[in-house]
Structure formats: structure tokens, C-alpha cells
Design a binder for this molecule. Structure first.
Ligand SMILES: Nc1ncnc2c1ncn2[C@@H]1O[C@H](COP(=O)(O)OP(=O)(O)OP(=O)(O)O)[C@@H](O)[C@H]1O
Length: 621
């Protein structure tokens, strides 16, 4: 610039030279010429004005103006960039302008005008150039704005993509969790799979095994099917056979029934031949000591019906030898101390059977106190020790069941009564002790004997009967405590009423099984017994004596039988009469001191044994 200033006093814009070849160069020419005249330096020494023209190509947005800034002596200010607060630069430096003007002499007005014109012209061309430049800049700005808009759009797009990517990333984070879970599940599933594969292998093995089993079964099935066919054929044959057999069975049933009726008839005949009243003697074992010590009772080994009671009587004077006195007895059967309960019962089981056939049966035990009456009739708790009553009941129910096949249906009613001092006492009573009713023996219309207010209990099996026997024993033991053991001095009578019906044959039968444990038969000297005891003994003796009388009257076929003389004979009336079978046990105590009582008992039993009571007939309808 300084160089320029030194060579020319006029400030010349570098752009001016650049446009010297422009269209308006014609108009500028004179001025240039004038200037050349003034300027001594050649125009080439000016820096080309083109260097200040902004390039046409788009420039960077951030520095559009900076590119247009004059690098040399440009005097034209350009528009500041957006945000550039710098003031526009003065077109002509004052010093230069003043320097040019001041150099012309005051009188050179023409020259001054010419300078002024040149200056105006210069400004005009500068204006043009600036406008042009401005247009370029506007164009650049527009382009830059357009570019900016594009970039903004692009930016928006990128932001949107960024958001999408972020969302995608979030989703991927979830997916990661899912993936982790899935991989855990996959691991679990892998394990399951391996387990299942193992199971599968096992199952395959099993299946193979089952298939082979199935094949075997199918083979067997085929065999069995053919067997079944054979069976069906033989079944048909068997059915035919069964039909024939059924006919045979029906025929044989009829024959069986006839046979049963025949058996009953023959059985009765045998009983008659044996005598309707029979006497069995039973010797109790010694309760202490050796059985061979029983010397006064002799039981012949070869004869089970005889018994000898022997006693050595000392000589009163002492001069003669002691005499041996023997008493021989004969009964239907004699049981020794070693004979068991079972052996005893076997002998009377046929008699018990008669009760089911419709015959009244009475069995009683006679003997002094402690001779074994209760043991014979009731026995002990163990089955081996069972006496006549439990065994008879067992047999009755067993036979009744067997007879069901032949159409027989039975009902059983039990009662248990005690006669003490000619008073009846219900042994099956379960009410209050102080409310015990009184009992009377009554004969009802069809000659049946019944006791008022007595418990008649229906029983269906032997257990029920056993329970009743236990109840009776309880009742007896209560009485025993309160009445100084009166059980030895009372009669106990167990009765089982039996009713049978054969609906096939329209037949009915009715009977009574009567099992009696009599009071002790010992005689007590009148002088030795007093008060209650005397009354008791009188009652016992009276009833036992009366029993003997009734049996004798029956044996003698007397018109009048004094049943009513005692409660015992009245109660047993139907069991003792012509229509019954009676068995008497005479029980003997083996102790020597019981000799006289034993002798009395045996004598009484012999009298009974001699009796022949009329023919029994079954109670049939
Ligand atoms: N055959 C026997 N075998 C074993 N023990 C017996 C036999 N007979 C009786 N006894 C026993 O003898 C005792 C007296 O018998 P039991 O009570 O039967 O006589 P009892 O005549 O009924 O007397 P009571 O008149 O006082 O009732 C009892 O302990 C009984 O167990």
C-alpha cells in the first residue's frame, strides 16, 4: 500500500484493475488514461483485483467473509460475517484522499473535478463489484442455508437414527436378559433332555421287554383261546351232566329226608330201648392227693356200668375180725375220676340230638354239695373243661345249621331260673336288684309250662348263650354273697325252647332242652340245723324227695303225678312226663367221709334207674 501510495497519489482499489476488461471498460478508459497520465507507475504493478473476488464455488459456512477479506490494498469493505460486529471499513483512506487532493494546486480545479469524477467512477465500479460480490455472497448464503437445512435434516435423521439405535439398544439389553434366562432355561432343558434320553433308553429297554412279554402272552392267549373253546365244549357236556346230577340230587334229597325220618325213628327206638330215663354216675377226682387213694369206691376195669362202694366195719366187740361191707350199683354208665368232660358229653350227645328232633330232653345232676354237679353241668372256662350245658348248646346250633340244608329253620329261646326255698328267681334279670319281680309257674292252654315275669331271651348262636350263662353266674354270685352261699342250696334250671320248621315239607317241631343243677342232696340232722338253714334243708329235701316220687309215679304209670308238690317238679313237668327223655347224673364225692352221703345218692339214683317211663313221642305237627 505504501508502495502504491508512493507511486500514485490516488487510492485505487485492487478490484478496479481486475475489472478493467469488463464491459464498462469503455467508459472507464478516459479516466484510466487520465490516471495513467498522472500515475507514473505502470498499472501492472497493482495487485490483481481478482484476488478479492470471492470464489464462485461454495465456501465453508463458518468463514465465508474471511475468504473475501482483502489481503492487499483493497479499500472496499465487505459485509461482515453473521455475528461479526466490526464496523465497515471506510472506502478511501482519509490520509490518501487528502493527500491526493492536497497535492493539486488550488487552482487546478479541472484536475480536481477530474479527480473527483475518477473517484466517483471508482466508487461506482466498486459498488458494482460489491453488489456483485454481495450477490455471490447471498447466493453462497442461500446455498449454505440450503446446505445447513440439508445438514439439519441429515442431523435430524441422524438423531432419529440415534434414538432408534438407543431404543434398539434398550431392547437389546432386554434381549440380553432374555438371552441369559433363555440360556439358563436351555441349560435346564439340556439337562432334562439328557435325563429324558436316559429314561427313553430305559423305556425302550422296557418296551422291548414288554413286547417280548406281549408276544409270549399272545402265544399263550392263542393256546388259551383254543383251550377255552375246548372248555366251552366240555362245559356244555358238564351242564348236561349237572342237569342229570340235579335230578339225581333231588331224588337223593327225597331219599335223604326219608332216611332222616327213619333215623329219627330208629334213634328214638334206641333211646326207648335204653330207657327213657337214664342214670349216669360220675365220681369226682380227689381234689388233693393221689387218685389211687380212693379205696372205698371200686370201678371194675372191664365194666363201665358198675360201681361198688365198700366199707370196712370194725368189730364192736373187738373179738371178731373187721367186716368188709360192699354196695354194688349198676347204672347206664359210670364215669371215673379220670374221665374227661368230652367223654362224658359223648354219651349224652345223642340225647341232645333228640331235642332237635322234637323230643323234650331233661338232664339233671344230683348229689351232695361239692360232689361235682356244677362242674358236670357247666364246667370251666377252657373249652376242654366245658360241661354239659355249653357242649349241648354248641351241638344244638351246629346240628341246626346242618339241618338247614334239608329245609329246617330253627328258633331258640333261653331262660335261666333258680329255685331257692321254693321261690323262683330270674337269673337273666338285668333290672334294679330291689325291683325284682315275683314269679309264678303257670300252665297255659296247650299244656305248656311258663313262668310269669321271667326273661325269655331269643338266641341265635352259642356265643349269645354263653353270654347268658355268664350273666346267670353273676346273678348267682351276687346272691351267694348276700345269702351266705345259697347256690349249693338252690336248684338252677337252664331251658332252651326249640322251634323248628321245614317249609319244604310243611313240618314243624317243638321241644325243650332242660339242664338242671340240683341243690346239694346231703341230709342234715334236724337237731343240727336251725332257723333259715333248717327251712332251706326242708325245702331241698322236700323238692328232691318229691322229684323221686314223681319219677316213681311216672314209672308206675300212676294216674296222678304229684308235679305240683314242689316248684322243681312243677317247672320240669313237661320234661319229666311221658313225652320226654330224661338223664340223671349222680355225682359222688370220693372222700371217705362222704361215704354215707354217696351211699344215699347212689340208692336214690338206683331207684330212678329202675323206673321205666312211658314211650316218648316227638312234638310234631
Ligand atoms: N370231674 C372233676 N374233675 C375235676 N374237678 C372237679 C370235678 N368235679 C368237681 N370238681 C371240682 O370240685 C369242686 C366242687 O365241684 P362242684 O362245685 O361242681 O360241686 P357241686 O356239687 O356243684 O357243689 P355245690 O352243690 O356246692 O354247687 C370244684 O372245685 C370243682 O372244680
Amino acid at each position: 500500500m505504501n508502495k502504491e501510495n508512493t507511486s500514485s497519489r490516488l487510492p485505487v482499489m485492487s478490484g478496479k484493475r481486475a475489472h478493467t476488461n469488463s464491459t464498462d471498460g469503455e467508459q472507464q478508459q478516459p479516466a484510466q488514461k487520465k490516471m495513467r497520465k498522472i500515475d507514473t507507475e505502470p498499472p501492472q504493478r497493482f495487485r490483481p483485483a481478482a484476488s478479492v473476488v470471492p470464489p464462485r464455488r461454495p465456501v465453508a459456512v463458518k468463514a465465508p467473509v474471511r475468504a473475501l477479506r482483502p489481503t492487499g490494498a483493497a479499500t472496499v469493505a465487505v459485509a461482515p460475517a453473521r455475528g461479526d460486529q466490526r464496523k465497515p471499513v471506510a472506502a478511501v483512506p482519509k490520509a490518501a484522499a487528502g493527500l491526493g487532493l492536497s497535492r493539486r494546486p488550488g487552482w487546478d480545479l479541472k484536475g480536481k473535478v477530474s479527480d473527483m469524477e475518477a473517484k466517483v467512477h471508482n466508487y461506482q465500479s466498486k459498488m458494482k463489484s460489491v453488489n456483485l460480490e454481495n450477490d455471490h455472497l447471498k447466493d453462497s448464503i442461500t446455498k449454505a442455508q440450503k446446505h445447513k437445512a440439508e445438514i439439519e435434516d441429515e442431523n435430524k435423521g441422524l438423531k432419529k437414527r440415534l434414538r432408534d439405535c438407543e431404543e434398539e439398544l434398550e431392547k437389546l439389553a432386554n434381549v440380553k436378559d432374555d438371552l441369559a434366562q433363555t440360556s439358563t432355561e436351555r441349560d435346564g432343558l439340556k439337562k432334562d433332555l439328557s435325563k429324558l434320553s436316559e429314561e427313553h433308553k430305559v423305556l425302550e429297554g422296557l418296551r422291548d421287554h414288554l413286547e417280548s412279554e406281549l408276544r409270549k402272552i399272545q402265544t399263550q392267549l392263542a393256546i388259551q383261546t383254543s383251550t377255552l373253546r375246548q372248555c366251552q365244549d366240555s362245559l356244555k357236556e358238564s351242564q348236561e351232566l349237572v342237569r342229570n346230577l340235579e335230578e339225581t340230587v333231588a331224588r337223593q334229597r327225597e331219599e335223604l329226608h326219608l332216611g332222616e325220618m327213619e333215623r329219627r325213628k330208629l334213634h328214638n327206638t334206641i333211646q326207648e330201648l335204653k330207657g327213657n330215663i337214664r342214670v349216669f354216675c360220675r365220681v369226682r377226682p380227689l381234689l388233693t392227693g393221689n387218685q389211687s387213694d380212693i379205696l372205698h369206691i371200686q370201678l371194675p376195669a372191664h365194666d363201665n356200668k358198675a360201681l361198688t362202694l365198700a366199707k370196712t366195719e370194725e368189730s364192736h366187740t373187738g373179738r371178731t375180725a373187721d367186716t368188709q361191707k360192699s354196695y354194688n350199683f349198676s347204672f347206664d354208665r359210670v364215669f371215673g375220676p379220670r374221665d374227661s368232660q368230652r367223654e362224658v358229653f359223648e354219651e349224652i350227645s345223642l340225647l341232645v340230638q333228640s331235642a332237635l328232633d322234637g323230643y323234650n330232653v331233661c338232664c339233671f345232676a344230683y348229689g351232695q354239695t361239692g360232689s361235682g354237679k356244677t362242674f358236670t353241668m357247666e364246667g370251666g372256662d377252657l373249652e376242654d373243661l366245658w360241661g354239659v350245658i355249653p357242649r349241648a348248646v354248641q351241638q344244638i346250633f351246629k346240628s341246626a345249621k346242618a339241618l338247614q340244608e334239608q329245609g329246617w329253620q330253627y328258633t331258640f329261646t333261653a331262660s335261666f331260673v333258680e329255685i331257692y326255698n321254693e321261690t323262683l328267681r330270674d337269673l337273666l334279670y338285668t333290672g334294679k336288684p330291689n325291683k325284682r319281680p315275683e314269679h309264678e309257674i303257670r300252665k297255659v292252654s296247650n299244656n305248656e309250662i311258663t313262668v310269669t315275669n321271667l326273661t325269655y331271651q331269643k338266641v341265635n348262636n352259642e356265643d349269645e348263650v354263653q353270654n347268658l350263662i355268664m350273666l346267670a353266674n353273676q346273678n348267682r354270685s351276687t346272691a351267694r354273697t348276700g345269702m351266705n352261699d345259697h347256690s349249693s342250696r338252690s336248684h338252677s334250671v337252664f331251658q332252651l325252647d326249640i322251634e323248628g320248621q321245614n317249609s319244604d315239607r310243611d313240618t314243624k317241631c317243638k321241644s325243650v332242652l332242660c339242664l338242671v343243677d340240683l341243690a346239694g342232696s346231703e341230709r342234715v340232722q334236724k337237731s343240727q340245723s336251725q332257723g333259715e338253714r333248717f327251712k332251706e334243708m326242708t325245702a331241698i329235701n322236700s323238692s328232691l324227695t318229691n322229684l323221686g316220687i314223681v319219677i316213681a309215679a311216672l314209672a308206675n304209670k300212676e294216674n296222678f303225678i304229684p308235679y305240683r308238690n314242689s316248684k322243681l317238679t312243677y317247672l320240669l313237668q313237661n320234661c319229666l312226663g311221658g313225652n320226654s327223655k330224661t338223664l340223671m347224673f349222680v355225682n359222688i364225692a370220693p372222700e371217705e367221709e362222704s361215704f354215707s352221703e354217696s351211699l344215699n345218692s347212689l340208692r336214690f339214683a338206683s331207684k330212678v334207674n329202675d323206673c321205666v317211663i312211658g314211650t316218648a313221642s316227638a312234638n310234631r305237627k
